[in-house]
Design a protein around this ligand. Structure first.
Ligand SMILES: O=C(O)COP(=O)(O)O
Ligand SMILES: [Mg+2]
Length: 220
């Protein structure tokens, strides 16, 4: 755990959905409206939660399959989802307890901050702005910012480059195996929150340096 000790870090890369903001209700409303447009039944929130974390295409494709739709309906469902999510983005979402305090503490330590999410860039920026979180970040990279997204290390590496930080001195904070795998492959220490979305799997089975119940409890 020594690599997480205060004073050694230069920057932190923070995930969005399931780490900073609880967006499951937004996903549920937008996906079910999209499925309804295709005449398909609604899904319960826990089924949708298991699909969150690998980006919006994965989410829509998975929801379509779970609702009994045909893969050929993807394009229509994807277009509907863009519309519905754009209309609902942030409305049913809430910032997790401790998130503001955690971000303030990271900033107070002099760390540069990046938000790296698999959520599309425009939705991510709008959500962060709506929740008064955008100003904490030096840079925001969405799931469509690069050719590969988490669990690929590319977005984390690009964040380190943008922040001019060494990977080993850049703390990744997330809620899922996608964050942890990306961080490990990039050579960054990683802390996972216990309250987010991890494809229905216990978070503590993921390889990480520490687990916390709140961003206010980050081991800094
Ligand atoms: O869009 C998703 O699937 C999840 O986004 P995240 O990377 O912020 O958790
Ligand atoms: Mg997440």
């Amino acid at each position: 755990m020594s690599k997480l000790q205060s004073g050694t870090l230069q920057a932190a890369v923070i995930d969005l959905d399931g780490t900073l903001v609880d967006t499951l209700a937004d996903f549920t409303v937008a996906l079910n409206a999209s499925l309804a447009d295709s005449g398909l039944p609604a899904l319960a929130a826990p089924a949708i939660e298991r699909l969150v974390g690998k980006g919006s295409e994965h989410l829509v494709r998975g929801a379509l399959a779970e609702a009994g739709g045909d893969p050929s309906e993807f394009d229509a469902c994807w277009a509907a989802y863009q519309r519905h999510y754009g209309a609902v983005n942030g409305r049913h979402a809430r910032v997790y307890p401790g998130a503001f305090e955690g971000l303030r503490r990271l900033r107070a330590q002099g760390l540069k901050l990046a938000c790296v999410t698999n959520k599309p860039q425009s939705f991510a920026e709008a959500l962060l702005a709506d929740k008064d979180l955008l100003a904490f970040f030096d840079v925001v990279f969405g799931g469509d910012a690069f050719e590969r997204r988490k669990p690929d290390p590319l977005p984390i590496r690009m964040a380190c480059r943008a922040l001019a930080s060494e990977a080993a001195r850049t703390l990744v904070v997330g809620d899922s195996m996608n964050d942890a795998q990306a961080a490990r492959a990039a050579g960054c220490p990683v802390v996972l929150v216990r309250y987010g979305y991890n494809h229905g799997r216990p978070i503590e089975e993921v390889d990480a340096d520490a687990f916390v119940d709140s961003l206010a409890a980050l081991p800094l």
